[in-house]
Design a protein around this ligand. Structure first.
Ligand code: WQD
Length: 348
């Protein structure tokens, strides 16, 4: 089965690509490489070849806003009698802080790009899509754990683009309920790395997110971690989040493809998280305990847009996808540290 994986060289995309290829899917990666390195693709190939696995991976550098390119991708695949049967759509901009500064860019890439992709899929009768959505759309959460019917109230342009895309999916599905098979996966906090240490998270510049910042402190690239607030209404005053191992998240996508294949048509929105909440101080403590490294930190004031607690109710993923996360917080720390140790400067 051939799948198109947009954003397939990014942190999440590269882990999904590797898993798809290991499971025998033919994968076509489309990535603009504005936020990722082609070295991730090389690492995937090295891993598969090292395991003597045959694979069919094609990589195209391009932007989902390029309709001519999207048309060509689908038409060429059909001409080779190996048409694209499903799309995993991860391409998009994902920085909350950046979206506040460049909202129009986020609306253009994320929303117009997705509209382009869906139009091309429709024209080529490809009706199966798994989409990378985000827990950010829940905004200022007032109750945890968060289920899919929690209030939707994004508080930044990035989150608003994800809501707009889910609304697009709803309208599209309603327009042709016989054909469209759509699964929107709302990610909580994907962290860690592939156990081989060959691929992992490599943020450009100063990491916005906690986990890659911690691994960069551990490897000596950063002097200390800034903890954004220790006065939250949580177990120890620091922010509580749902950290899900990137491999658990990736496996959830394989389950989602299988789910779409099993349906005549559907439109489902599903949380993907660990279902557990850990505070910043608990993450620091677990990381130090698991890796033997020290993570010095400095308490700072709260970060705009943060909430006290955010973690998932994952009962729907269990029920619909037959999926449950398997990896522990300790495994997240060990795998994330192995990647950073083997790649002190990431892919560069
Ligand atoms: C986690 C906790 C911070 C950095 C973000 C995006 C969301 C999604 C996942 C894309 C919070 C604290 C963080 C630091 C800290 N990405 N922290 N010092 O904010 O839950 O979600 O990533 O979909 O869109 O918003 O993740 O890792 O930034 O923060 O103290 O240097 O760590 O305050 O409590 P977040 P995060």
């Amino acid at each position: 089965m051939r799948v198109l994986l947009t954003g397939g060289s990014g942190f999440i995309g590269s882990h999904i690509a590797l898993l798809l290829l290991e499971k025998g899917y033919d994968v076509l990666i489309l990535d603009s490489f504005v936020n990722s390195s082609s070295k991730a693709i090389n690492a995937i190939k090295a891993y598969l070849e090292n395991k003597n696995l045959n694979y069919d991976l094609q990589t195209i550098s391009g932007d989902i806003r390029d309709k001519k390119l999207l048309d060509k991708i689908f038409i060429d695949a059909a001409k080779k009698s190996n048409p694209i049967q499903a799309v995993l759509h991860l391409a998009g901009l994902k920085s909350v802080s950046d979206s506040l500064v460049n909202p129009l860019h986020y609306w253009d890439v994320n929303v117009c790009g997705t509209q382009n992709l869906l139009a091309t899929m429709n024209e080529n009768e490809c009706y199966s899509i798994v989409f990378s959505s985000s827990a950010t759309i829940y905004g200022l959460t007032d109750s945890v754990p968060i289920s899919e019917d929690h209030k939707i109230s994004p508080i930044n342009p990035y989150g608003k683009t994800k809501v707009a895309i889910e609304n697009m999916f709803y309208d599209l599905y309603r327009s042709n309920m016989k054909s469209w098979k759509i699964c929107s996966l709302r990610y909580f906090n994907p962290v860690g790395a592939h156990p081989s240490g060959l691929i992992g998270e490599d943020p450009i510049g100063i990491p916005n997110n906690l986990f890659p910042y911690i691994t960069q402190v551990a490897i000596g690239r950063r002097k200390f971690l800034n903890v954004f607030g220790d006065d939250w209404d949580t177990i120890d005053g620091s922010g509580v989040r749902d950290y899900i191992h990137i491999m658990d998240l990736s496996e959830g996508h394989i389950n989602a493809i299988d789910y779409l294949c099993s349906k005549k048509s559907c439109f489902e929105i599903i949380n993907l998280g660990s279902g557990k909440g850990y505070s910043v101080f608990q993450i620091i403590s677990q990381f130090e305990q698991s890796t033997g490294s020290q993570i010095p930190f400095s308490i700072q004031c709260r970060r705009d847009g943060d909430v006290a607690r955010c973690y998932a109710d994952i009962s729907k993923a269990k029920k619909f996808l037959g999926w449950t996360p398997k990896r522990s917080l300790e495994q997240i720390c060990l795998d994330g540290w192995k990647w950073q140790r083997k790649n002190p400067n990431g892919y560069s």
